[in-house]
Design a protein around this ligand. Structure first.
Ligand SMILES: [Zn+2]
Length: 370
């Protein structure tokens, strides 16, 4: 077991770093990166997003020719995450105390990258110029990377360490995510004296929500209603307002847009039938992308895995990551499995052996000469 890597991981986990509260993490990483020869800049994302710290961008000139490579990770963790502690079990697994998440998402990848850089320094291995991006608020619909200035980035290939699943897996494709908000207006009246004079907004919302196709819709799209609110505090009023929020995610952006429109029609149809009205808002949180199998990042990742003794597996994900923002700025790449499992739960864990494998793959990417 690589004790230094495990200790680094445990140290990172012990730093509280909730979304938009990443200050201490950023300060720690700044110090670590400067000691590794990086120049580090912090942007204004904190003040824009309402957090206490910005995204970190770090650069280090390399010794070998070729374009720089970008590695991207996020500094925040989902709740519950106050007072996290990493416990190393006998079998090499690392878990939380059980009352918080572990924070392997995204500290496992972060620890692996720091350790790979340490080893490269110790062994005096030449490597390329490097750019590192540590974002804030990633767990809140990629808030930090949404305001990062990607003009700064010189790299044409990116490696985002932010995927669960077996080490050696990389996602090349990820969905669009759109959210919708249906506001239904009816007409209130006394429920006992004159219910026939009212227009029941909650009933409209319920009929529409029940009529939606939910869960998997076709092969590559999902739809979910996540919240439903309506009516007031008393039972004797026919409610005149109801709001329904949901999301559509899908690998085909045009189909996501078509589904949003279909959902609007469903709500509008039910509202109209009952004499109510609808306001409908949508927002595209991020847009689907696909990295070509022949992209240099994909080939480099595959070579690095094989050199590290891991068979690469390419897949797709149904989650969002900062690679969405990178792709939208024309920087293609892979989202690599980074030794994190059962993320966003108190059962989250990583594994000392897997951390070492991720570190090895990162090191091989950094030292790859092709
Ligand atoms: Zn993550």
């Amino acid at each position: 077991m690589n004790d230094r890597l495990v200790n680094e991981f445990c140290r990172l986990v012990a730093i509280d770093s909730p979304s938009l509260g990443e200050r201490r993490m950023a300060d720690y990483l700044k110090g670590r990166l400067e000691s590794l020869g990086f120049s580090v800049e912090e942007d204004q994302a904190g003040s824009i997003c309402g957090g206490n710290c910005g995204n970190l961008y770090a650069f280090r000139r390399g010794q070998t020719p070729g374009d720089s490579l970008l590695f991207s990770m996020h500094m925040d963790t989902v709740e519950p995450a106050t007072g996290k502690e990493a416990l190393l079990l006998e079998d090499g697994r690392i878990v939380s105390r059980g009352d918080t998440v572990l924070g392997a998402d995204d500290m496992a990848g972060t620890a692996a990258v720091l350790e790979a850089l340490e080893q490269i320094r110790e062994e005096n291995l030449p490597c390329r110029s490097l750019e590192l991006l540590f974002t804030i608020g990633e767990e809140r619909h990629l808030q930090g990377s949404a305001v990062f200035d990607f003009q700064k980035v010189c790299s044409k290939e990116a490696y985002t360490l932010d995927l669960s699943g077996p080490v050696g897996t990389a996602a090349l494709r990820a969905p669009s995510l759109a959210v919708f908000l249906a506001r239904i207006h009816g007409k209130s009246t006394h429920a006992g004296f004159a219910p026939e004079e009212g227009v029941h907004a909650v009933a409209i919302g319920a009929r529409a929500a029940a009529a939606l196709e939910m869960g998997h819709v076709g092969e590559d799209m999902t739809v979910n209603v996540g919240s439903f609110h309506g009516g007031g505090a008393t039972t004797n009023i026919v409610p005149d307002y109801c709001e329904v929020r949901g999301e559509v995610r899908g690998l085909d952006h045009e189909r996501v847009l078509a589904q949003l429109e279909k959902i609007r029609q469903t709500f509008a149809g039910e509202a109209q039938k009952a004499g109510g009205s609808l306001e409908y808002e949508t927002e595209i949180c991020y847009r689907a992308y696909e990295t070509d199998r022949n992209h240099p990042s994909v080939r480099r990742f595959a070579r690095a895995c094989r050199r590290a003794g891991v068979e690469p597996v390419f897949t797709e994900t149904f989650g969002g990551s900062d690679q969405h923002r990178l792709a939208a700025s024309g920087i293609r790449g892979v989202v690599m499995a980074s030794a994190m499992h059962r993320c966003h739960s108190c059962k989250e864990y990583t594994d000392a052996g897997e951390l070492e494998q991720v570190c090895r793959i990162v090191k091989e990417i950094l030292c790859d000469r092709e």
